[in-house]
Each structure stands twice: as structure tokens, then as C-alpha cells.
Design a protein around this ligand. Structure first.
Ligand code: NAP
Length: 541
């Protein structure tokens, strides 16, 4: 943990040392850590409570796809020991309760202004500070702006013609209202079958009189094999938390599920099948980790993809429906795997219909339902599960401007450019927690958040020790890190697949992979080297 820092705000005519934006996993930990470090901290959060994505994504079926042993804070041994998860993959209400508990326990809530969106932040070069404005009309100055606003937090809004005239109700999974939404006996449509949609579909189907699923691209959805928490394992972890933390930070995904040790060619065909079955039984992201070369060798990837396709064919009895659900458009793992409970079985139900919008496109929303090319489907409730404006959505909405009045995205037209995913040149003292160019959505987000928040704490301590007022990355350091991120991703099959992790430049079809794909340990090692080398790559003034 960073050493104690005297609050600058006491002597520098600044309202706060740090403004933290967003009260999710990162914001809670940042507020706690920087307060402990002696800094004055203001948190801003648009929602009525803490939780971030776990506050907003309260759709039925929402649950995490990282095991709870690892989807926990490790910074306080008593916290880890005393909290009781009930499941291997906890559901949204339990995760929200956990985050609320942490925020309460470490007095984080009192630092936050809730129901308050940041509406802008402008860098003042003369005062080395940001002037932060809110939708409440308040203005605050701060030395450091820490964006814990998430990479998958701003929903892609539905833009279907006719939606305004729809007389039923519509909701988004990513902003599911904090009130009762009646599902029982309703005719429900859901559009989108990414991680959110596939989790909601089985629950919606149980309640609905009829559920129509509109899908566009079939995804690889792997059973979670969820179960009650293995309490003995959890207690064992709690008793040797430092050791477990070391395992976590040395795992490429920062969540130690078993890694493959051999390439597919090292197995006989029979052994390959046994290995595939083993990973299928483990469940979830394990199907990404069957063979060491499945992410780079298309022939090997085909073996894994075909195994999953055949599993789908055995679960879904109607061959036409099964073939529509079988993913063929991209290699397995080149988009994030969906992790599900009962998803494919849902299509055996009499009250569920699948519409493939590629062969039967949605024309418009009507006052009573959805008009597709082939017919009209009457519905009472439409659920949109359309995903997010990933990586830049929250930053854009936060409206942060530098000395020249530019936003980060103005300088990222051909893809994000950052140093270590944490800072971007031209925006002094702006820290983007789990930003593009860091492992981010490719690893366990709670661990990524903690690592970044601690790193920022170290940078701030260094500044205070040397009486610096501002920090930003040098252009050289940013360029070489951005090149390294691209180089690491260049061998991956996933670079050439349409998905939210890839920024595509439409003029020349060049593709930029946004998170850092070199694995969490390599990233942490690089950060540690940067610190050891006197914060190389950062320009302090
Ligand atoms: P997503 O993966 O981006 O999926 C969006 C879905 O909406 C896709 O099926 C997409 O189809 C469809 N879609 C978008 N626009 C459409 C249109 N105009 N017409 C028809 N379909 C349309 O978003 P998500 O499901 O919210 O998941 C995003 C990420 O959030 C995940 O990858 C994961 O990182 C995280 N997440 C995690 C969990 C978990 O831990 N279990 C749960 C939920 C979310 P196409 O595929 O054809 O574009």
C-alpha cells in the first residue's frame, strides 16, 4: 500500500485531492485506499447506490462468470474471511450486497455523492487541477481525476424505428430498473444473445406466457456448472490469503482456473476428446483453455469449436433450431465466451421461439409488437440486451477536456492510445482505471481494478514525495506501449472477429485490439518495472 500522503487540498485551494467517478468495484476500493493514504476524496456516482455495473445490471439471471473465491477483494483478510458467498458463481443481488457491505464497512459511502452524474471536467493548466461539474450544477476542483467508470458501463441504446410508439413496456438488461418488472404471463421479446441476453433468456422463459428470442450471431455459450459454494475450499483460501493472492496475480486471467499445458498435437484424438470433456465439465471459461494453441491455430480452434457445436446439437432437440443456435461465424474464444445456466435447454420449451434476424430482419417496432420481414409478433414487454459502448462510452459521457479543449476520444480516432491503459498523453493527472491498453475485460475485473488503483496510489505518492504537480505519459512511452499492445494481439484469431474489443477503422479496415492480451502477470511485471525504474515513461512536473 502507498505511504501516507498529506491532503493537498488543505494547503492548495483545491476542493479535493481526488475525485473518483463511479462507485463500482474500482471506485469503492479507490475511495477507501486514497482516504487511507490521507488524501481528501470526493466520489461521484449517477446511481442511487454503490455497485456500478452490479447496480445497473439487475436483470433476471445476471450473475458473474468468475468464481467467487477470486471475485472478491483480497486487501483485507477479515473481510475475506467473514463474507459468506453462497454460490460458486454468485448472482447479481449477492454481488451487489457484497459491494454494499464493503462500502459500508470501509466508510466509503459517506465520501460519495449519489444520484449525481459528472457532466464535465476541464483541465486547468495554470492551477494543475480539474474543474469538475455535475448534473446537479455543482462545481469542484481536484488535483487528480480517477475514472472508475468502467469499460462496459454505457449501454448501446436501442435505435429501432417505432420504439417511441410501442404501447407495451421496454427495458434494457444493462439498465434494468430498480423496481418490479412484471414478467409473469407476459408475451416477452428479447433482442440480443451476448453474455447478458443468454443469462436472462432461461429466467424470462420460465415466467413468460411466450418468449421470442431475436438473435443475430450465434455465440458459444458454455454451461457454468454453478453449484453451492465449497465452504471448505473458501475457508482454506481465507486461511492462506497471501498465497492465494500470489496465485491470482500470476494467472493470465487473474482467476486461477486450470491452464492448458499442452498443444492439441501433443494428444491423440481420443485424449483430445477426453480433455475437451474435462473442460466442458469444469465449465465456463475453461473451454478457452483446452489446448495451449487454440487461440492462435485455426485448425486446433476448429476441434474445440466443433466439440461445442456438437454439444449444442445434443441438447436442442429440434435440428433446425439447433443449427440456428450453432455458432459458425467465428472461432471459439475470439469473442468473449458466454457462460450460462440452462440456456440451450430453454429452446426445448413450447413457449419459446427463436428468430434469426439475419434471415428474418426486424423491420420496426409497432405499437403492439415487432414487425419482421416475415411477420408480426405481438408482445407486452421488449428486453434489449444490445451490449455497451465499450471502452470509450463512459469516458465520452464524462466529457473530460484537456488544455486544448479536446476529449480523449478526439485523439483516439484510430483506436485508443494509452500508456499501460492507465493514462493518455495530453491529459495530465487523469487516471483511467482498467482502461484500454490494460488487461481490463480479459481478466478478473475486481483484481484489475485493485492493481490499477494501487498503481495510481504509488504514482501520487511519488508526486508528493518530489513535490510534483502534474503527470502524464511521454509520447514515446505511449507510442511504444500502444505498439506493444498491437503486437501482442496481432497473432490472435480474435483480432479479426467483429466484437466490442476490436476498434475498426472503416477507411482502411485496420483493426485495433483494445485490451492488453499479454496476460495479467506480464502486465503487472511491466508496471512493477516502471515503478522500479523511477516511473519511467511518465513525465512529472
Ligand atoms: P454483447 O456481448 O455486446 O451482446 C450484444 C448482443 O446484442 C449481441 O447478441 C448482438 O448481436 C446483439 N445486437 C446488438 N445490436 C443488435 C441489433 N441492432 N439487432 C439485433 N441484435 C443486436 O453485450 P452483453 O451481452 O451485454 O455482454 C457484454 C459484456 O459484458 C460481456 O462480454 C462480458 O464481458 C460482460 N458481461 C458479463 C457477464 C457475466 O459475467 N456473466 C454477464 C453480462 C455481461 P451480434 O453478436 O450480431 O452483434
Amino acid at each position: 500500500m502507498a505511504p501516507h500522503n498529506p491532503a493537498l487540498s488543505e494547503s492548495n485551494d483545491i476542493d479535493y485531492d481526488v475525485v473518483v467517478v463511479g462507485a463500482g468495484m474500482g471506485g469503492i476500493y479507490a475511495t477507501h485506499t486514497y482516504t487511507e493514504d490521507g488524501l481528501s476524496v470526493l466520489g461521484l456516482e449517477g446511481a442511487a447506490g454503490v455497485g456500478g455495473v452490479w447496480y445497473h445490471n439487475r436483470y433476471p439471471g445476471a450473475r458473474v462468470d468468475v468464481e467467487s473465491f477470486y471475485y472478491s477483494y483480497f486487501f483485507d483478510k477479515d473481510l475475506y474471511k467473514e463474507w459468506k458467498w453462497t454460490e460458486r458463481y454468485p448472482a447479481q443481488p449477492e454481488i451487489l450486497a457484497y459491494l454494499d457491505h464493503v462500502a459500508e464497512r470501509f466508510h466509503v459511502k459517506e465520501k460519495f455523492q449519489f444520484n449525481t452524474w459528472m457532466s464535465g471536467a476541464q483541465w486547468d493548466p495554470a492551477g494543475n487541477r480539474y474543474t469538475v461539474t455535475t448534473d446537479k450544477g455543482d462545481t469542484y476542483t481536484c488535483r487528480y481525476l480517477v475514472m472508475t467508470s468502467g469499460q462496459l458501463s454505457k449501454p448501446r441504446k436501442p435505435s429501432f424505428e417505432g420504439l417511441d410508439d410501442f404501447q407495451g413496456e421496454w427495458v434494457q438488461t444493462s439498465q434494468w430498473p430498480d423496481r418490479h418488472i412484471e414478467l409473469e404471463g407476459k408475451r416477452i421479446a428479447i433482442i440480443g444473445t451476448g453474455s447478458s441476453g443468454v443469462q436472462a433468456i432461461p429466467i424470462l422463459a420460465e415466467a413468460a406466457s411466450h418468449l421470442t428470442v431475436f438473435h443475430r450471431t450465434a455465440n458459444y455459450s458454455i454451461p457454468a456448472n454453478n453449484s453451492p459454494l465449497d465452504q471448505a475450499k473458501y475457508d482454506d483460501f481465507a486461511g492462506r490469503l497471501d498465497e492465494v493472492w500470489e496465485e491470482v496475480v500470476h494467472h493470465p486471467g487473474a482467476a486461477p482456473i486450470p491452464m492448458p499445458s499442452r498443444a492439441a498435437a501433443d494428444y491423440t484424438p481420443e485424449e483430445q476428446q477426453a480433455r475437451l470433456e474435462e473442460c466442458w465439465s469444469y465449465g465456463g471459461h475453461s473451454m478457452n483453455l483446452v489446448f495451449t494453441d487454440q487461440g492462435t491455430n485455426k485448425d486446433v480452434n476448429d476441434i474445440v469449436s466443433e466439440f461445442v457445436r456438437n454439444k449444442i446439437r445434443t441438447i436442442v432437440d429440434d435440428p433446425d433450431v439447433a443449427e440456428t443456435l450453432v455458432p459458425t461465424e467465428y472461432p471459439i474464444g475470439s469473442r468473449r465466451l458466454c457462460v450460462v445456466t440452462g440456456f440451450y435447454k430453454t429452446f426445448i420449451r413450447d413457449n419459446v421461439t427463436l428468430v434469426d434476424v439475419k434471415s428474418d430482419p426486424i423491420i420496426k417496432i409497432t405499437p403492439t409488437g415487432i414487425q419482421t420481414q416475415n411477420g408480426h409478433i405481438e408482445v407486452d414487454l421488449i428486453v434489449f440486451a444490445l451490449g455497451f459502448n465499450a471502452f470509450t462510452g463512459a469516458l465520452d459521457e464524462a466529457n473530460i477536456t484537456n488544455e486544448e479543449g479536446k476529449h480523449p476520444s478526439d485523439l483516439w480516432k484510430r483506436g485508443p492510445r494509452t500508456y499501460l491503459g492507465l493514462m493518455t498523453t495530453g491529459f495530465p493527472n487523469l487516471f483511467i482505471i482498467t482502461g484500454p491498453g490494460s488487461p481490463s475485460v480479459l481478466a478478473n475485473m475486481i483484481v484489475c481494478n485493485v492493481q490499477h488503483v494501487d498503481f495510481v496510489g504509488d504514482i501520487i505518492s511519488h508526486m508528493h514525495e518530489h513535490h510534483y504537480n502534474r503527470v502524464e505519459p511521454t509520447l514515446d512511452a505511449q507510442d511504444s506501449w500502444t505498439e506493444h499492445v498491437a503486437e501482442v494481439a496481432s497473432k490472435l484469431l480474435r483480432l479479426n472477429v467483429e466484437n466490442y474489443m476490436v476498434h475498426v477503422n472503416k477507411d482502411d479496415n485496420s483493426r485495433v485490439f483494445q485490451p492488453y492480451a499479454g496476460g495479467f502477470p506480464a502486465y503487472v511485471q511491466r508496471c512493477e518495472e516502471v515503478i522500479a525504474n523511477d516511473f519511467e515513461g511518465f513525465d512529472f512536473k
